[in-house]
Design a protein around this ligand. Structure first.
Ligand code: ADP
Ligand code: ZN
Length: 729
């Protein structure tokens, strides 16, 4: 490639710029496509990447002598492979983002670009003992007696002491400090024992493996919860690793994957490399480099793992493919499941989408023959699917001021009496969603958003779930000054916990929601306690719905099944079905039979009916017909244009001028502008335009043309484009 040295090369900088810029290559420097280089822009030097020249664009007219020069080639970092460059360009074009911002996601591991800092550990100095011995010190000496060099924290953990004890022994000269060997990804072992697949699983695995060598394909692995989908796709991972290629498993909620990681360890003899926002900066750097150097063969990660620089990726599995967590809403807005399919087509390898409740998008793709469809209909071994029963809250209402119907309370009591576990699910954080003054009717609203403040009794404050503003709960009504007049309205999980505590004071309870268990390790510890049956009743938000395997869990109670059904969202029914199916699917995953009880005021609603009857397919068929009739995704395509500004007028008038500039086109319709349902967030007024296009229309080309002609936002007005939106608030 670099045979005859080009005088200029395009370099993409990780900034919100429309395209790569040309730079001159100084005498004596050779650069290759994909290489990391340092290049100046205005007064700052940036780390960027030598980009392929876009042959379709006009050649640069700049005088090479006037171009600025590349400052330095970073040659100890592996260049980005061509497929990563192409992927960045595609994602940018598809999402209408700047390619530099996609590159920035690809480079989000700062430490990968500086030489790895040496790591230090401790080792027992042979024949040495401290003058003062304590039981804790003795344990350390025993563990360190094997002569290994240990990371301090690992030694402390293995000996069951605090790191202070280790430091003391270093000071005493008993332990000496030594450089640890460079970190390397764990070595996988493909010869470890594998599960004996059931005939149904074996057929599914054979089908999956049959097209492993045919380049790009997409397979929807559609099996009920607990049917062994993981075991089946492990076979595809094993086949990929056996060919020496890399494999990536995407999970919607990486903090929740400890069980999965343990299973990988069993199956492949070592833990996979993990990639998510909870990693420390040094570890992020090491994992990034291990992926780039083709050392890390198996990676489990959140959606951003898709942007790691895999040189030899041979498989992507998207677990829980229907999960809305795959949609990134900030900066570059992308749907990771869809981008995984794109990455597979660029890399010419298979992509597996796995779910017990596949998205309508994937089901339609399967039924139209674009995706292969493999089904698993039985739970593994004796485990049966839980019996689902609805509780009609109109005929079995809870006591006044309470939220659990006597039927559900009775079922929890029975479950506890048998020594089994119960889970109560309510997808609402905090104590109460609204606080009202009984005297004057005043409601606490966020000063920055059009939303009520949510009471968090545990943290003793009123909080906005949109902007994070919080305030202490006042003693008197700020409006009328009445004392003791403020009453919480409606339940959040903290309130359910209070009710459960009064009903079952002896039971060991845990509350699980993202605000109460912020750290990955705390969460993993709590999940382990549930798995080990140290907890009797779990009360949680959607954090508990996903992917867990709790062997002792017999009963799942859904406190309010109607919560998501009233949203003005084209996917409201689908998403409620998926969530409730998933959470009830946590029950009875091993020998204990499972039960799901669903509290609802709308037992005749199609979603509730589908859950109770287990007739998923009939529900989905109806839902698919409805989408088709309305040409909603996947039968039509959507883009959302959100205009926001500090002043309502500014936002509205820009949104109107944008709408007026919309070019006329066949099969493309522009709706709005309309005030967004969440009219104000963080003090910014919001208006939304929705573009609805036929499937075959080129939505991106249309938007590009429109935005080129349209007036540009001025002042503090902002325009955000979201292709294939999932949020309509
Ligand atoms: P899914 O991913 O479909 O929810 P899993 O793969 O997690 O299902 O399987 C559910 C449980 O059954 C897991 O604990 C798993 O280890 C076990 N299991 C499934 N298939 C087998 C098998 N063939 N042999 C042994 N255990 C299995
Ligand atoms: Zn707010």
């Amino acid at each position: 490639m670099a045979k005859s040295k080009p005088a200029t090369v395009p370099v993409l900088l990780p900034l919100a710029l429309p395209a790569p810029y040309d730079y001159a290559v100084p005498e004596g420097m050779t650069v290759r496509e994909g290489q990391f280089v340092v290049a100046p822009l205005s007064t700052v030097d940036y780390l960027g990447v030598v980009w392929p020249r876009d042959e379709s664009a006009e050649p640069p007219k700049l005088d090479p002598k006037k171009l600025r020069e590349i400052i330095e080639v970073v040659d100890d970092v592996p260049p980005l492979p061509r497929v990563s460059l192409d992927f960045a360009d595609w994602v940018a074009r598809y999402t209408l983002s700047s390619p530099g911002m996609v590159l920035r996601m690809m480079m989000s591991a700062g430490r990968a670009f500086s030489p790895p800092a040496p790591r230090y550990g401790v080792r027992l100095l042979e024949g040495s003992a401290p003058s003062r011995m304590t039981p804790a010190r003795a344990r350390v000496l025993e563990v360190a007696g094997n002569g290994m060099t240990w990371a301090k924290s690992a030694l402390a953990e293995a000996a069951g002491v605090s790191t202070g004890v280790i430091d003391g022994l270093v000071d005493a000269g008993t332990l000496i400090t030594e450089e640890l060997p460079a970190w390397a990804p764990p070595h996988l072992d493909l010869s470890t024992a594998r599960a004996r697949l059931t005939p149904e699983q074996a057929d599914a695995a054979a089908e999956l493996l049959a097209n492993m060598n045919d380049g790009f394909s997409v397979t929807l692995l559609d099996g009920v919860t607990g049917s062994g989908k993981t075991e089946v796709y492990f076979e595809a991972i094993a086949a990929t690793l056996a060919q020496g290629k890399q494999a990536l498993v995407l999970m919607p909620e990486i903090a929740l994957t400890s069980h999965f990681i343990a299973r990988c360890e069993q199956r492949f003899g070592a833990k996979p490399a993990e990639w998510h926002s909870g990693l420390s900066a040094p570890l992020r750097g090491r994992v990034w480099r291990a992926v780039a150097e083709n050392q890390a063969k198996l990676v489990v990660g959140a959606r951003s793992a898709l942007f790691l620089p895999f040189p030899d990726l041979g498989l992507i599995v998207v677990d829980e493919e229907h999960d809305a967590g795959y949609k990134q809403e900030e900066r570059v807005t992308y749907q990771a499941r869809d981008m995984a399919v794109l990455r597979g087509s660029l890399g010419q390898f298979p992509v597996v989408l796995s779910s017990a409740t596949p998205s309508i998008e994937s089901l339609v793709n399967a039924s139209q023959g674009r995706y292969r469809h493999i089904k698993l209909e039985q739970r593994y071994k004796a485990a049966r699917l839980p019996d689902i029963v609805t509780i009609d809250m109109r005929t079995s209402p809870p006591e006044r001021g309470k939220w659990l119907s006597p039927v559900l309370v009775e079922a929890v009591a029975e479950t506890l009496a048998r020594g089994e576990q119960a889970l109560l699910f309510l997808n609402r954080r905090g104590y109460a969603p609204v606080t009202v003054c009984r005297n004057c009717g005043f409601k606490f609203e966020c000063p920055n958003c059009s939303a009520w403040l949510v009471e968090h009794r545990f943290r003793r404050r009123l909080e906005c779930h949109h902007c994070g503003t919080f305030a202490p709960i006042p003693e008197v009504c700020p409006n009328c000054g009445a004392e003791h007049s403020l009453v919480p309205c409606g339940p959040g999980i903290e309130r359910i916990d209070e009710e459960v505590a009064a009903l079952f004071p002896e039971a060991r309870r845990v509350l699980l929601s993202s605000d109460l268990t912020p750290g990955v390790s705390d969460l993993r510890e709590t999940l382990r306690e549930i798995e080990d049956r140290e907890i009797d009743i779990v009360i949680g938000t959607q954090l508990v719905a996903k992917g867990h395997h709790f062997p002792g869990l017999a009963l799942v109670g859904v406190v309010d099944a109607d919560l998501g059904l009233t949203h003005a969202d084209p996917r409201a029914a689908e998403r409620t079905f998926q969530l409730l199916n998933q959470v009830t699917g946590r029950a009875g995953r091993e020998v204990i039979p499972g039960r799901g009880l669903i509290q609802t005021y709308m037992p005749e609603h199609p979603v509730i009916q589908a859950l109770a009857s287990g007739d998923r397919d009939a529900f989905l068929a109806r839902e698919i017909e409805a989408r088709k009739a309305a040409t909603m995704p996947p039968f039509g395509r959507l883009a959302s244009l959100l205009v926001s500004a500090g002043a309502r007028d500014a936002a509205e008038s820009y949104a109107r001028s944008l709408a007026r500039a919309a070019p006329a086109a066949q099969k493309i319709e522009v709706l709005g502008p309309a005030e967004a349902p969440l009219a104000v967030i963080r003090g910014r007024f919001r208006f939304r335009l929705l573009v609805k296009a036929a499937r075959e229309a080129d939505l991106q080309a249309y938007l590009r043309l429109w935005l080129k002609e349209a007036p540009k936002p001025k002042g503090d007005v902002r325009l955000t484009i979201d292709i294939d939106p999932y949020s309509f608030l």
